[in-house]
Design a protein around this ligand. Sequence first.
Ligand code: SF4
Length: 485
Amino acid sequence: MPGNIYNYRRQTMDEPKEYCGLFGIIGNKQASWLTYLGLYAQQHRGQEACGIVVNNKGILAIHKGMGLVNDVFDEQVLSALKGDMAVGHVRYSTTGSSILKNAQPLLIEYAKGSICIAHNGNLVNSLELRSYLEKTGAIFQTTTDSELIIHLMARAKSQNLPESLLYALKRIRGAYSLVMMDNNCLIGVRDPLGFRPLCLGKLGEGWCLASETSAFDLIGAKLIREIDPGEIIFINKEGLKSLRPKELQSNRYAHCLFEHVYFARPDSIVFGETVHLVRQKLGEQLAKEHPARADFVVPVPDSGFSAALGYSKSSRIPLEMGIIRNHYVGRTFIQPAQNSRELSVKVKFNLLKDVLRGKRIIIVDDSIVRGNTSRIRVRNLRKAGVKAVHLRISCPPHRFPCFYGIDFHKPNELIANRYESIEKIRQYLGVDSLGYLSLEGMLGCLKHPINHYCTACWTGRYQIKPEKKHGKFSLEARCCGQGKI
Ligand code: SF4
């Protein structure tokens, strides 16, 4: 039977795409194996490509490939990656196309030695910098913004690593958590506003760095603390040195609030709070703001689970599994005929019909992006005999693009921009009632004051303006007529 290869993630997922996960380790002979595990624990942050660079007595070697960590690395590859320092990266492309040369870490030989970089986040002045560097003779190996940092370091007059790095960091703007390594040093950097998470851990005599603490849990490392916004950590055989250059300090932060709502693993500690507990509070608040009469609260697995639990506890309506997720769905699958969105939704989620038939249910999800998947799911619930469907979303409606490393769909594709009111969205989705968590309600569930978080994809309030020359994004922001750029 003829079949179509269906790119599940690109065409079906009505979700923002994950972006990148970082891991680094120093002082352990099993560095490549531990980095593999560290990446494995953070696979949810990027599934398009991955790579590991190891440092064996000052010589850096790399292995990277397209696909999941398990596809790219096996025992033979890991055994060949010898050394007691390593840096790893899982990637979903948010700048640069999805090709092997853009997979990270990037490993570069330059006049000052060897250096590798793994980056999470997006620079907002990358076009301007790239154009300047190209005009003045730079030749780029990739189309990613991460390579700019190395080019800038190479331009610095100083031969000293901290000074060269600071020269580069002073010239880039945007979101960046970095794990880097040269011939004898592991480096961790967080941008001045702390958009993306980056943590420091201890394993035996060695140190490690990771985007999420779940990576430390898997390898048995102890979380020491988060790298502070605007902090640079250098770790070598002599120990750990922290720098907080005055040029990178700020009196406000911009932690990505969507990490708590959707991206991070529930068992990770992000921006000082366990993600599951934050999501549970979001669900409790959602129940207060948008109550409904129902027989069950049903989570959309997996990311809606913690908020559904909170909703259930607060409303005293029992939690029930009504939607079952197939965890073995890869990035593509083969369909027997024409692409069918209906089938592609079913491939990932099935309904427990005997549980749902004749019931009034409250579905709790973390977000609605385009609404296509939610609409099909509601139709399937009706077919399964559900009497009433109340949809509750544990964040406000998404209306604006993210310039800091999250790949939402274009603003004019977002359901909250396609329909002028919540009532119109409700009608499109075919639910009995629809409730989004308010911005105030969401911010009230968090530990830090509101000026510590980025909320731009909900509010359009961008803490760092993207460069004017950033044609693609600026145009998209203008399309929805609401961007405050
Ligand atoms: S715009 Fe949204 S997704 Fe992007 S960094 Fe800010 S909160 Fe996170």
